[in-house]
Design a protein around this ligand. Sequence first.
Ligand SMILES: [Zn+2]
Ligand SMILES: [Zn+2]
Length: 110
Amino acid sequence: MERIKGKGDAMCKRAYEDKTLTCRDCGRSFLFTAGEQEYYAGKGFKSQPRRCKECRRGHKYAGAKDKKLYPAVCAACGKEARVPFLPGEDQLVYCGDCYAQIRAERRGRG
Ligand SMILES: [Zn+2]
Ligand SMILES: [Zn+2]
């Protein structure tokens, strides 16, 4: 375990410098600016971003929907279904398509 020496000095100098990082997702290089580094440090993040802004933005939207899903088998068509809950042994689970159909049918019969 090495400790960072001269922490006091760093306070006087500009603590952060723009860095070029490579995006893990798209492979492009992107700038991790001094301001962002400061922001990250302020938030207590120890790691640096692994994705460029575009990818991060894209992933944020996906992430909002991206709940943990459990694999299951659709009771109607037998295809693989992913459900946001852990299905019980005798619980019927439907894939997105079948579920939508069943719901529509139920609504139709009202
Ligand atoms: Zn990217
Ligand atoms: Zn199905």
